[in-house]
Design a protein around this ligand. Structure first.
Ligand SMILES: Nc1ncnc2c1ncn2[C@@H]1O[C@H](COP(=O)(O)OP(=O)(O)OP(=O)(O)O)[C@@H](O)[C@H]1O
Ligand SMILES: [Mg+2]
Length: 328
């Protein structure tokens, strides 16, 4: 899939947000993470699942919303996770999940009204939870932009290639100068303005590099330099991402994450590469930061249930590397 340019000027407008707040008491507000990137295959669904499971393992209650319902990667993965838990007898954490299809109404205004109502209903149903994770498709459409209007934290996974940088901005051929922000960056900027005007908390936009190659160090450095430049100009934070690892593709169809590898009976032997990959997931979570409301709640839940002392990841610490190596 490639990035899509909106068809008409009206399509570039960020939709008005949400349903009346009366349905959602402000005394409780979930922290809403949105995975957004108009390029396909950058790791949005993979990151959605890893983030959701990480939050669940830390004691937060988590809801997921799949706005790429037709492709349904996240939805299928969660179904597979449920089936895998049942078959294996593993007590896997499962997020509350909703799948929101794009309206097929005939007129644009009807379709948009239906999209607003459907997404609004899914958010209402999950509002009592600590965190929501919204996965969006790899192309621009009204429902996806609507999803972005809910973001407290917007996470944009980016494949580590020059081609993917144009999601954020147009850069000159020599790779020295930023020529203009991309349509996607403008959409995020517009959304930030709206929130600021409505007195809301600013959106925390995090760009994470995904599928980092272990070999092409020069390329990696050069992309890093451009991203630093873009971060200042377009105002996002850069978070460490995941390396290119086969394990992601192996786990995904089972609905498993790297964080489940510790469970006995998951059929995957933990090796050194997996340990490094888990550390990458932890580093990402640390960079994202935990939502305030939930953190207190999560730690009190842990205290109440007498959960064992956890590392800063909220999970028991990794076994020493020698033991892992010996187990290979
Ligand atoms: N770090 C990684 N290393 C190896 N494979 C990865 C990595 N991250 C994601 N993948 C694989 O890349 C493919 C695309 O990932 P994913 O479905 O998460 O992307 P996406 O952004 O949600 O795609 P789309 O835009 O089509 O929804 C999947 O097969 C996934 O397992
Ligand atoms: Mg996806």
């Amino acid at each position: 899939m490639t990035s899509q340019t909106p068809q008409s000027p009206s399509e570039t407008q960020t939709p008005e947000t949400q349903r009346p707040e009366t349905q959602r008491p402000e005394s409780h507000r979930p922290h809403i993470f949105v995975m957004g990137n108009e390029k396909g295959g950058s790791g949005k669904s993979t990151t959605s699942l890893h983030l959701s499971v990480s939050l669940l393992k830390r004691g937060y209650s988590v809801g997921c919303i799949d706005l790429d319902a037709r492709q349904g990667t996240l939805s299928r993965t969660i179904e597979n996770r449920i089936a895998y838990a049942k078959d294996s007898g593993l007590a896997l954490e499962i997020p509350e999940h909703r799948r929101v299809y794009r309206s097929e109404a005939e007129t644009k205004s009807q379709a948009e009204a239906e999209d607003r109502a459907n997404l609004g209903q899914a958010v209402d149903e999950l509002w009592a939870l600590d965190c929501l994770v919204i996965d969006t498709p790899g192309s621009d459409n009204y429902l996806s932009r609507l999803g972005h209007t809910y973001a407290d934290t917007l996470i944009t996974p980016l494949n580590d290639s020059f081609l993917d940088l144009d999601l954020l901005a147009r850069i000159d051929r020599e790779g020295q100068k930023i020529l203009s922000p991309s349509v996607y960056s403008q959409m995020v900027w517009e959304q930030r303005q709206r929130r600021a005007m409505a007195g809301g908390k600013p959106i925390d936009w995090i760009v994470m590099r995904n599928r980092l190659s272990h070999i092409d160090a020069r390329n990696k450095r050069e992309i890093g330099r451009l991203l630093d430049m873009l971060a200042k100009r377009i105002q996002f934070r850069l978070a460490p991402g995941f390396g290119e690892r086969v394990i992601f593709r192996e786990l995904f169809p089972k609905g498993l994450t790297l964080l489940d590898l510790r469970e006995k009976g998951n059929g995957v032997a933990l090796n050194m590469s997996h340990v490094s990959a888990r550390q990458e997931v932890r580093a990402l979570l640390k960079a994202i930061g935990l939502p305030d409301t939930g953190e207190a709640e999560a730690s009190s839940k842990q205290a109440a249930s007498g959960t064992q002392a956890a590392s800063d990841s909220g999970e028991p610490a990794e076994p020493p590397l020698e033991r892992v190596a010996a187990a290979e």
